[in-house]
Every structure is written in C-alpha cells, then in structure tokens.
Design a protein. Structure first.
Length: 245
C-alpha cells in the first residue's frame, strides 16, 4: 500500500513538472510559412505579426529583407497606405538595388496616390506619388505598367496645378495681383495639360489687368476666347474687358 502511494506521488510530480516545460520557439522558417498562410487567407494583421517575429530572429539578411517586403505588401493589400508607404520607403533605402525595386516603386506610388488630398489641401502625398512614379519610369522606361503609370502622373500633375491655382486665386481675390501672377505664370508651361486652363487664363488675365499689364491680360483673354469659347470664364472675361479696358 505504501509502495502504491509513493508511486502515485511520483507520477503526480512528474506530470506537474512536464506540464510546465516551455516549448522551444518556432523557427524563422516556420514563422515565414505561417505568415504566408495568413496572407493567403487575407489575415494581414496575423501575417504581419508573424513576419515581424522573423525580423526579430534575424536569421539572415535575405530572410529579413523578404519579411520586410511581405510586411509592406500586407499593409498595401489591407489598404493601410500610409503604413505601406513607410515600409516601402524603408525597403528602398535598405535595398536600393533589389530585383523587386520596380514593383516596390509602383506600389509606393500607388500608396501615396491613394492618399492624395483635394487641390486646396496639403499636397505632400501627391508630390511623393509623382516622385515615385517618375523614378520608376526613369529607371525602368519599358515597364509594362507604363500606360497606367502615365495616367497616375497626369492625375497628380493636374492636382498639383489645381493647388497652385487655388493659391493664386486666393491672392487675386485679396487684391495681391503681383503674388497671384508669380504663382500662376509658371502653370502655363509647367502643366500644359491642366484640366482647368480656362479658369487659369481668366484669373491670370485678371491679375495682369489689375497690375496694369494690359497686353499680357489681353493675351490670356484671347487664349481663353480661342480655346474655350463656351466656358463660363469666357463670359466673365468679356464682362471684365467691357468694364476695365
């Protein structure tokens, strides 16, 4: 009976001790695989968590680089574009000659493009998107996505031109015509495809007129009449000419 009691007691302690054993940490390879599984299931937060642990392990520079890229891609597909942009920027800085550079630049540009604000607001993300896409085309001029990239660039340049027009219009409305001219004149040549050129011609012509530059004002109004005969700004210009010329 005493023997059975002692045997039971030993068995109890062995079970208790074995239950407290901490399993070994999962290897970086296993974590990478788990991340891929989560990624394929659209469980982006779980995928990122797995790949962050891979980075912490730092098994090799190659595996860390892959984890960094995967984290950026997961943020991109989760539509967390600011986080994705930060991750892509860091990747480009750490791996400037990586074979994935074209894709990274494309996704970086798209990330910033998706965060663009209206022309009247801050244009940092617009400029960043434009920079990424222009760098991509400069380094990879035959990239198959070139038509899409050029559309993105056109939208970004149009937004930047709209931003400058907004500022120039602000100056003109407050009677600071010289400042309006300084802001608006470069738009004529810098953004030849600006979608609001009729408005630009009108405001710039008005600023010239208020600044006693009648010949330059006439030049802008003539452009307006010729290129946009049906624009509401053409009618406004006609009234302005009748009043001030």
């Amino acid at each position: 009976m005493r023997f059975l009691f002692l045997a039971s007691l030993c068995l109890f302690f062995m079970t208790a001790c074995s239950s407290s054993i901490v399993p070994p940490p999962r290897s970086a390879e296993i974590l990478m695989s788990e991340g891929e599984t989560f990624f394929s299931e659209n469980r982006y937060d779980d995928a990122i968590a797995a790949w962050e642990k891979v980075r912490e392990r730092f098994v090799s520079p190659e595996m860390n680089a892959l984890a960094e890229l995967k984290i950026a891609e997961a943020n991109f597909l989760a539509e967390r574009y600011i986080e994705a942009a930060v991750a892509y920027e860091a990747y480009l800085k750490a791996h400037p000659n990586d074979p994935n550079t074209a894709n990274v630049l494309y996704n970086l540009g798209v990330s910033y493009h998706r965060e663009m604000l209206a022309p009247a607001r801050d244009q940092t993300t617009t400029r960043n998107a434009l920079s990424a896409f222009k760098t991509l085309l400069s380094r990879y001029p035959t990239d198959e996505r070139r038509p899409d990239i050029e559309k993105f660039i056109a939208e970004e340049e149009d937004t930047l031109a709209g931003h400058e027009l907004h500022i120039g219009s602000f100056y003109q409305k407050r009677g600071v015509s010289a400042a309006a001219i300084a802001r608006l004149e470069p738009l004529i040549t810098t953004y030849p495809d600006f979608s609001r050129r009729d408005e630009l011609y009108f405001i710039l012509g008005s600023a010239y007129l208020d600044n006693n530059k009648r010949e330059l004002a006439a030049e802008q109004f003539n452009r307006l009449y010729k290129e946009y005969p049906q624009s509401k700004y053409t009618k406004k210009a006609q009234k302005l000419v009748e009043q001030k010329f």
